[in-house]
Write a new protein. Structure first.
Length: 320
């Protein structure tokens, strides 16, 4: 009994001590913490257009055709390149192009980037799609113009966020009283051989329709967006249905604005990696951005041919 009383006494003292420490901890935790106000030093360029209200009604007066190469378009994870030569007598003040792709596209005019990662995932119904509207007049010039497009078709029908149409496709329509540019069989098309099939062990999460990107710079097609590029060996595009019909369904204007590309900006600590030499495998390079931004990393690297560069995110291993 005496031994148990001692143990009980010591236990009471221990509990009292823990409670006292907890009270002190809670009291100190309740104090106000001085927070430094967030300051965004970045200034949006004056040339950036303001967002405007979007008409959500379906476009049902298409003249352009969906196009692809001569295959049936069902192969998944395909990168396709398109080119169209357009002669312009007088550049219009405005020329809106209505564009859609299954699944993503990049648009260039006369070698200049016009749309970076265009198109949104299909909707608003399981059988329909969205289209983008872009004023291409500022990118045109009198005389010969080259419209170049890179299209990435996913073709995966097992994701949660996109319902696959079953076929890759691209459609482009720009019409005015002075000029008309429509996607049809006069466009040139070629698969981009630099993009390879996904051979990685870790695949994207099953919720996503995208694939990992494998790019072999040794298979580059050259400067295929330039005016002097020779596309004589490219095949003519194969026409499918007119816009608003076929497997891509009705076409609705996208409900969110296009991404705004502000061009290349230096990281906050770019100077730390000037003439930087990478060490052993797994060496981490950490770059700082000025604020919480959606960005695309740009690297300029000098290395022997055949070297492999792996770019991934920190949550890839856990499958998110």
């Amino acid at each position: 009994m005496h031994f148990e009383k001692i143990r009980l006494t010591k236990l009471k003292k221990a509990i009292s001590l823990i409670c006292a420490l907890s009270i002190i901890f809670l009291m100190t935790g309740c104090g106000k913490v001085e927070k430094k106000p967030f300051r965004n030093e970045y200034t949006i360029p004056e040339s950036t257009k303001n967002y405007t209200r979007i008409d959500t009604s379906v476009k049902d007066n298409w003249s352009a055709k969906w196009i692809w190469d001569s295959t049936d378009g069902s192969e998944e994870n395909v990168w396709m390149t398109f080119r169209k030569t357009v002669d312009v007598e007088a550049v219009p003040q405005e020329l809106n192009a209505h564009i859609s792709a299954d699944s993503k596209y990049w648009l260039y005019i006369n070698g200049e980037s016009v749309v970076y990662e265009g198109a949104v995932k299909r909707g608003p119904t399981p059988t329909d799609s969205y289209y983008d509207t872009v004023d291409i007049a500022p990118y045109l010039k009198e005389g010969k113009n080259i419209i170049s497009v890179l299209v990435w078709y996913w073709g995966k029908d097992t994701s949660y966020s996109n319902i696959d149409s079953g076929k890759g496709g691209f459609i482009f329509e720009a019409k005015s009283d002075e000029l008309s540019v429509l996607s049809d069989s006069s466009w040139k098309v070629m698969r981009n051989s630099a993009y390879l099939k996904d051979k990685s062990f870790r695949k994207p999460n099953y919720r996503l329709p995208e694939f990992n990107i494998w790019y072999d710079a040794g298979n580059e097609m050259g400067n295929w967006t330039s005016a002097d590029f020779d596309d004589s060996l490219w095949e003519n595009a194969t026409e499918a249905s007119v816009g608003g019909e076929g497997v891509w369904g009705k076409l609705y204007p996208r409900a969110i604005p296009l991404l705004k590309d502000f061009g290349l900006k230096p990281y906050e600590n770019s100077d730390e990696y000037e003439n930087y030499t990478a060490g052993a495998f797994g060496k981490r390079i950490t770059v700082d951005i000025p604020y919480n931004a959606q960005c695309t990393p740009y690297l300029k690297i000098n290395a022997p041919a055949g070297k492999k560069i792996v770019i991934t995110t920190e949550n890839t291993i856990i499958g998110s």
